[in-house]
Design a binder for this molecule. Structure first.
Ligand code: SAH
Length: 364
């Protein structure tokens, strides 16, 4: 336990008791901490002096700091969050359509072991899992960044670096602190966990009864195409993943999102759209089409391209004609390398590069 962000309520109560302080203060401290975007005003506190002194000297509030902050023309803000024990992960703030809201995207691991060929996060493999405290701190950093531009962070998606279902021991307690209205106050419905399709992990997330949303990174409706771009498909083929997603839906009542990254000439043909419509026939799911964000060569050395806007529109209309609820996600922050893992990758591969640090300005 390195900082206050590592603690849930029960653990923090125990810590207070070990300090010889009354555990009743734990809830108020954590609530004030999360409501204040990860800050505690110890000078103006009604807490006992002994407890304040312990908090000042024995338990840092946070264990991370912002290494880089870059803002794109569309208002997307990309943070590279560095951790005290080493390593860095990406967190992104995206302005919502509503002028007073923002959405956040956070990472669950440093690097990723999944090897998806179009994703920058995985090119260097998995470095390590993030701790629950390190995950929570990305949320706090984004909440603070949103407040500084007059917006409220309303939703969090686990779509940054890493595979969240490979780090559930840390992701589940992190979600509890981010979403529990008694603490982080975001609300369970406002958190989405995105997965490449780890079947036992989907079931475990359903068992945890967190009531969060599930997004499945599908990218192809046939195993041959999917295995080419998502190697873990050989372990968990589409039929098993869809079964697990249906089980999740039955257990939680939440309509899953199917993410589909469109890669020109790979998974964007009329036939691919029709296969996708057939796969989701009779299954309440929302399809989210994401035009590919270029990352250069993938793990296999292949270089992908974004389909033309006309191709994306055709794909979308083929789905809709067949009754599929589908949307095209507008890509954000292209000019700040906002595709997963790109900013960190650039810093690793070119450590001498001086990334222009842009001052966070109000988004028009
Ligand atoms: N491992 C999890 C979460 C991280 S990826 C998962 O697979 O869902 C989050 C989303 O970003 C996924 O849907 C992924 O396919 C997508 N993504 C990754 N690289 C991308 C790129 N270069 N362009 C567009 N979308 C990308």
């Amino acid at each position: 336990m390195n900082a206050l962000t590592d603690y849930d309520l029960a653990g923090f109560r125990q810590r207070l008791e070990r300090w010889g302080c009354k555990s009743v203060h734990a809830e108020r401290i954590l609530r004030e901490f999360y409501a204040g975007s990860g800050r505690l005003d110890l000078s103006n506190s009604q807490l006992p002096a002994a407890l304040r002194s312990k908090l000042r000297t024995e338990l840092p509030l946070r264990q991370s700091h912002i290494l880089f902050r870059r803002q794109s023309a569309d208002g997307t803000l990309k943070l590279l969050v560095g951790f005290d024990v080493g390593g860095a992960a990406e967190a992104v703030l995206m302005p919502a359509v509503r002028p007073d809201r923002a959405a956040g995207c956070i990472s669950s691991q440093i690097g990723c072991a999944m090897g998806c060929d179009f994703c920058a996060s995985t090119r260097g493999g998995l470095e390590r899992n993030l701790s629950s405290g390190e995950i929570v701190e990305q949320f706090l950093q984004l909440r603070e960044a949103a407040a500084s531009v007059g917006r409220r962070l309303a939703t969090i998606v686990f779509m940054g670096m890493g595979e969240p279902l490979h780090n559930l021991d840390q992701v589940i307690p992190a979600i509890r602190r981010i979403a529990d209205p008694a603490m982080g106050a975001l609300g369970w419905r406002h958190v989405t966990v995105s997965t490449v399709g780890i079947v036992p992990g989907i079931d475990r997330l359903a068992d945890a009864n967190l009531n969060v949303h599930l997004a499945l990174s599908l990218h192809a409706a046939d195993d041959e195409t999917r295995s080419r771009i998502v190697p873990v498909n050989r372990r968990y083929p589409i039929s098993r993943i869809i079964d697990a997603t249906r089980r999740f839906q039955l257990r939680t009542g939440r309509i899953p999102t199917l993410e589909y990254c469109l890669l020109a000439g790979v998974n964007d043909s009329d036939e691919h759209a029709i296969r996708l419509a057939q796969l989701v026939d009779g299954f309440r799911a929302h399809v989210n089409l994401i035009p590919y964000n270029s990352i250069g060569a993938g793990v296999s050395g292949a270089v992908y391209e974004r389909p033309s806007p006309q191709r994306v529109e055709k794909f979308l209309s083929l789905l809709r004609q067949r009754g599929v609820v589908a949307h095209r996600r507008h890509t954000r922050g292209d000019d700040v390398d906002a595709a997963c893992g790109q900013l960190r990758q650039m810093l690793i591969s070119e450590p001498d590069v001086k990334v222009p640090l842009q001052v966070l300005a109000a988004h028009p």
